[in-house]
Design a binder for this molecule. Structure first.
Ligand code: GDP
Ligand code: IMO
Ligand code: MG
Length: 432
């Protein structure tokens, strides 16, 4: 049975959560493979809204296995809060159907403090992180001193690692950042309390997934953030600290790359970005305001306003390459309804020369000017269309042009926030 990977092709917030929820109907299990609670994935089901940060967006569907893979950095307090929040919305996170990788690394309170202290120190040059401790937790993983989920079940190992980590991080916090330090006992006691709550969910999920695939089950891999926030292929250093691209779906969940069959890139019909860093098509005019207002472009995690601009085909071509996209889900086409003209950035220009690809040196991107192609807009709402043929001809022409410019076909079209406001043109789960 096919397995499908969902990734963002821009700077995040493309509508991944909505599409994951939609496609979970055809999957047996959903896995988050990277990132942490920096993500904010929104689902709207018959008008009811759910925002998920750590728990896979398949959780709202009954009897689907939801998994947090080894590639995720997990803040136990944030996870418990999310489980409780979902319970309040009537979604029970049952330990038979929700599993956390024993190999995932933990976000500890000092990671959050370090994240915030670093941003403060950078001043104007800050990255604009979500302040959730994501970067420092991934650093500890690479430095081989990270505390892992499995350590929650082994008090002796946990205490020893915490002791060593605090000696190092408290020194840095106090002497380099002039920030708060942390007491060993308080963190130990609070983490051990949370360990009791989380113990039933802890599992060797790589093994679990391997068995599920062996039994012919279909897996949906849920990416967070977007390609341009990838730690290597994005606009470094204005990126997150994990690999957001499709290849990491295998690495971050403990299976091999041969099980990834269809790579579905979630692509917004225009561009948004939260935080600092280059964004060639950013608009600071009335059109930018239209996209922000009609698109409701406010961060689902931090509540910050998202920067808005025209569709950037250079960005999505880059995403097509580094992810190996099979097809795209085009979202928020309805937000362009009513605009007189729509523009697409087809290339960049710098010092009189034309640039067709994202420059390998991100400082060059800062100096690139977008080259636009203009198309007529449409008056009637695309949300009214139930089939592709019912779309206003100008909207269909826009979609076709995006396919041409990116070299990727649109398999899913989203014309509203609700689960029902979607056209599945080709189901990624129905074809190998
Ligand atoms: P994610 O991080 O990629 O899951 O995306 P977010 O949930 O952060 O942001 C996408 C926002 O757009 C959410 O508020 C969704 O409810 C909303 N949304 C998703 N698809 C559509 C669509 O086709 N049209 C409109 N108008 N809103 C959409
Ligand atoms: P979803 O999954 C949009 C951005 C932050 C910042 C940079 C680094 O909802 O698409 P971090 O806290 O990760 O160290 O911040 O990455 N960022 C996101 N932007 N959507 C997200 O997630 C994001 N997660 C992180 O704004 O610029
Ligand atoms: Mg989001």
């Amino acid at each position: 049975m096919p397995n499908v990977v969902i990734v963002g092709t821009q700077w995040g917030d493309e509508g991944k959560g909505k599409i994951v929820d939609l496609l979970t109907e055809f999957a047996d299990a959903v896995v988050r493979f990277q990132g942490g609670h920096n993500a904010g994935h929104t689902l709207v089901i018959q008008g009811k809204k759910y925002v998920l940060h750590l728990i896979p967006s398949g959780i709202v569907r009954a009897n689907k296995l939801c998994i947090i893979g080894n590639g995720v950095v997990l803040d136990p307090a944030a996870l418990i809060e999310e489980i409780q929040h979902l319970a309040g919305l009537g979604v029970v996170v049952n330990s038979n159907l929700f599993k956390i990788s024993a190999q995932a690394n933990l976000i500890m309170p000092y990671h959050r403090e370090l994240d915030i202290a670093r941003e403060k120190r950078k001043g104007k040059g800050k990255i604009g992180t979500t302040g959730r401790g994501i970067g420092p937790a991934y650093e500890d993983r690479a430095a081989r001193r990270g505390i892992r989920v499995s350590d929650l079940l082994n008090r002796q190992v946990f205490e020893s690692k915490l002791h060593d980590n605090l000696a190092y991080h408290n020194f840095m916090l106090e002497n380099f950042y002039d920030a708060n330090t942390f007491a060993f006992e308080a963190i130990r006691d609070e983490t051990m309390r949370m360990a009791n709550i989380l113990a039933p969910y802890i599992e060797d999920v790589g093994h679990l997934l391997h068995e599920a695939i062996g039994h012919g089950q279909s897996i949906l891999f849920e990416g967070a953030q977007g390609t341009m926030l990838d730690v290597e292929h994005g606009t470094y250093p204005y990126v997150t600290s994990s690999a957001t691209v499709a290849g990491n779906a295998a690495l971050g969940s403990g299976v091999g790359p041969t099980v990834l069959h269809h790579i579905l890139g979630i692509t917004k019909a225009y561009t948004t970005r939260v935080g600092s860093g280059p964004m060639p098509t950013e608009l600071k005019d009335g059109v930018g305001e239209h996209l922000s207002r009609v698109g409701g472009e406010v961060g689902a995690t931090t509540g910050r306003a998202r920067r808005c601009g025209w569709f950037d085909a250079v960005v999505v071509r880059h995403a097509a390459r580094v992810n190996g996209l099979t097809s795209m889900a085009l979202t928020k086409l309805d937000v362009l309804d009513g605009l007189e003209k729509v523009r697409i950035c087809v290339a960049y220009e710098r010092n009189g020369s034309r640039i067709e690809h994202i420059p390998a040196d991100p400082s060059v991107l800062e100096m690139c000017e977008p080259v636009y192609e203009e198309m007529p807009g449409w008056k009637t709402s695309v949300t009214l269309a139930k089939r592709k043929e019912d779309l206003p001809p100008e909207a269909l022409a826009y979609l076709r042009r995006l396919e041409e410019l990116t070299g990727v076909r649109v398999s899913i079209l989203s014309t509203g926030a609700d689960r029902d406001q979607t056209m599945i043109l080709e189901n990624p789960f129905q074809k190998l």
